[in-house]
Design a protein around this ligand. Structure first.
Ligand SMILES: [Zn+2]
Length: 218
């Protein structure tokens, strides 16, 4: 698997690498390796990393400080090849697991009482927790659907195509949506102007009272 199969458009590599990510994204890779990889997988990952990426994975990292996105990409590429067996689609599950973990605590309580539309409208604030020069913009298009667009520096292919899909699914699950479908509809790695995701869901899990009161029969 070449880096382009994981990272996407070669012309965008420097744009993506020169972004910065919060330390909590680095810490989540440690958690994933410990929980899902085990000692042998950790050894395979660390043996693939150049000194700077290895140091980031192993040194003291502050959750709210900024670190080079490029080094996180190197760690993720090693995870894709050494823990996921080269199956980069497994980044979707990783994104979902991270979403569930990240949204724990205050955000979980907050989002679990929100409608799916309201929860998605907050992904921009959540996105800026992770990326210094990128954010996620929400475009509301109805009660059971919406669009999310990446604004700013683009993301590597494994993240926009899979990780973010899993992460948005987690946001919608916490907001008690069912029948969730998240599709990466346009992608900078395929020449689109911006990466965009279409989200829809069947039912918000809440009873919506008709203004004219309950109806009996049909
Ligand atoms: Zn994309």
């Amino acid at each position: 698997m070449t880096n382009d199969a994981i990272f996407g458009a070669a012309a965008r590599i420097e744009e993506m690498r020169n972004n910065q990510v919060k330390g909590n994204l680095v810490l989540s890779r440690r958690w994933f390796l410990a929980e899902r990889g085990g000692p042998e997988a950790v050894n395979r990952v660390t043996s693939k990393l150049a000194p700077a990426a290895l140091e980031l994975l192993e040194r003291t990292v502050m959750p709210f400080a900024w670190y080079p996105f490029g080094l996180l990409m190197d760690i993720d590429a090693a995870i894709a090849s050494e823990v996921m067996g080269g199956n980069v689609t497994r980044m979707r599950d990783f994104g979902h697991d991270l979403g569930m973990r990240d949204i724990e605590g205050v955000y979980r309580v907050f989002l679990s009482v929100a409608s799916p539309v309201f929860a998605l409208s907050k992904v921009s604030a959540l996105g800026s927790l992770y990326f210094r020069e990128s954010t996620l913009a929400f475009i509301s298009t109805g009660r059971v659907q919406g669009e999310v667009e990446l604004v700013g520096r683009s993301m590597p292919l494994y993240m926009c195509q899979y990780g973010i899909v899993g992460w948005l699914t987690a946001v919608l699950e916490v907001a008690k949506a069912t029948g969730i479908e998240v599709v990466h509809t346009s992608c900078v790695h395929e020449g689109a102007f911006r990466c965009r995701w279409h989200c829809d869901w069947a039912f918000s899990g809440r009873t919506v009272r008709s203004p004219s009161g309950p109806r009996f029969g049909s």
